[in-house]
Structure formats: C-alpha cells, structure tokens
Design a protein around this ligand. Structure first.
Ligand SMILES: [Zn+2]
Length: 212
C-alpha cells in the first residue's frame, strides 16, 4: 500500500510516518530526501546540483523524473510519500511517476490541524546553534531556561519561526492543500485525521483508517 501524507508543518505527519516505518517496515520518502541523496557528496556534479537546488532551480519535471527513476530501480513498495505533493499539479506528476512503474496512490492521509494550534506548535520551537538539538517551549522544554541541556549554549529561534512568517506559510499551504485534498477526495481515497490529540491517539486512529 502506497500512502501520501499531507499536513502543514507542525501537524506531526512525519512522526506518524516514522511509527509506520518502525512497526510495518514502510519506507518514508520526500522529494527533499531524494535531492539530499543526490547532493550528498563532494563530486563536481553533486556540488552543482546542490547549488541548483539552493537556487530553487530544480523544477517539477526534474524532480518527478528523478522520482520515477527512483521508483523503478529501488523496487520500492509500501511507501509513505510525505512532502512529495505540495501543489495541485504535483498530484498528477506523482500519478504519472507511479503509473509508469505499475504503482498507484492507495490512500492519501491529511493530518488536519487548526491554524491556531499550528502557530502554537511552530512558534514554540527553539534550537541550539552549537549542537543543533531542538527544543519546544511546551512540548520539549530545556532544563535551564534558555540554555541547551547538552552544551549549555544559548538557545535561538529560527528566523522564519516568528508568528508572521508562520501565518504566511500556513496561508500558502492552505491555498494549494485545499485543491490537493479535493482531488484525492474525489477519487475516494482521502482520509482526514484530527492532528490535535497525542501522538499515540493519532497513531491508533491512523491504523484504524488504514485497516492495519
Ligand atoms: Zn547544545
């Protein structure tokens, strides 16, 4: 069964994906992962692709062509495609890449979170600039206010984690996501899951919805 996971950042979709990976041996894949595999290394071509990626130069036909090749040669099945469909055009591009390899999207799961909750989750994030450990004011607080548990450095907030930027990201997200979920809904393969309860509760509901 191949799954598409949808949800704003902060919805916890990747945490849920990891649970399915552990319990059922699913493979989680995002287009970001795929590009990182391609740029991980020091060859000239890897450096060039990395530069192109950072400049946003890698368009959909490149990325979905790469995805098609990956599907063909990785013999992937039971995939969780998370962060693969971010625009309505990509629904069809993913279909084509899968279809050429005799695969389909069997279910699309949308982890739905109110904007207020998403903002609360995202704006509480902080990290250690030194050892890169992540913290959260509410969900994973540091032991001594403002200092890293491991290396005692001062914690920082990512520039784009301020409420204004988060609101803008959410508005952009909804604009495309509404169209994406409409497409999967029309095919009768959409499952919507409330992403506000605890990780364990969401996982239980996810298993029920997937019939696992
Ligand atoms: Zn640290």
């Amino acid at each position: 069964m191949n799954l598409v996971f949808l949800g704003a950042s902060g919805s916890g979709k990747d945490t849920q994906a990891e649970l399915l990976v552990k319990q059922f041996g699913y493979t989680r894949l995002s287009t970001g992962d795929l590009l990182r595999m391609l740029t991980h290394g020091e060859s000239e071509m890897q450096k060039i692709i990395k530069l192109a990626m950072n400049d946003g130069f890698l368009n959909d036909s490149f990325v979905y062509g790469l995805l098609e090749i990956y599907f063909k040669y990785s013999k992937l099945n039971n995939a969780i495609l998370s962060g693969v469909v971010r625009s309505v055009n990509q629904v069809e591009l993913l279909d084509i890449a899968l279809k050429k390899n005799g695969m389909t999207v069997d279910k699309a799961v949308y982890f739905e979170l109110s904007d207020a909750e998403a903002i609360k989750r995202l704006s509480g994030r902080r990290y250690c600039p030194n050892c890169k450990e992540n913290y959260h004011k509410e969900f994973k607080p540091e032991k001594i206010e403002g200092k890293c548990d491991f290396c005692n450095s001062l914690l920082a907030t990512r520039e784009d984690d301020n409420p204004e930027s988060i609101k803008k990201r959410l508005t952009d997200f909804h604009k495309e996501n509404d169209l994406i979920i409409e497409k999967y809904k029309n095919r009768g393969i959409l499952e919507v899951i409330d992403a506000s309860p605890s990780i364990e509760e969401i996982y239980k509901i996810l298993l029920l919805k997937l019939g696992l």
